[in-house]
Design a protein around this ligand. Sequence first.
Ligand code: IMP
Ligand code: MG
Length: 182
Amino acid sequence: MHKDVERVLVSEKQIDDMLTRLGNQITKDYEGKELVVLSVLKGGFIFAADLVRKIDVPMQIDFIAASSYGNRTETSGIVQLKKDTDIDMAGKHLLIVEDIVDSGVTLSYLKKLFESRNAASVKICTAFDKPARRIAKELKIDYVGAVIEDEFVVGYGLDYAEKMRNMPELYVLKRSVYEQED
Ligand code: IMP
Ligand code: MG
């Protein structure tokens, strides 16, 4: 295991099971609708790539880049839009796919943004949910892969200082790695 990692939190097998469950549910819910899957970069790219292959309805795929983090482990509370979509979302059923919901600040911002652009519906799918630290209490998350404890996690798309995204499972980062920086 990577030297900065404490333990595996969600295994490859658990991730695979959650992808199948979510894919089946989303397939059922979007039958006959114009679906656009919107992957939130960078963290959501691996989950989105896996998830779309489990969804069996026609779809368009687009990407957005948003960030509320520097290289630190706590939210700044300010969302920066770094890349906007190419597809016009008006009248489309939008499914925003994220890696993790923590404070919920990023997704509340994105949800309001696309509602204001007249999407027919805006739903949220996240691989991991960390409800303990939610600030945006009103945020509804429609599809959740796994609920996790309040720990800083890496792998399966999630980074620490832009690294470790490529690791195949979800791991808890050793506290000593980020505490020495504060
Ligand atoms: P929120 O706006 O606080 O919900 O933050 C969401 C974003 O923060 C996620 O899309 C991740 O990029 C990042 N983030 C939140 N928690 C973690 C974590 O435990 N590890 C890595 N990135 C995280
Ligand atoms: Mg993210």
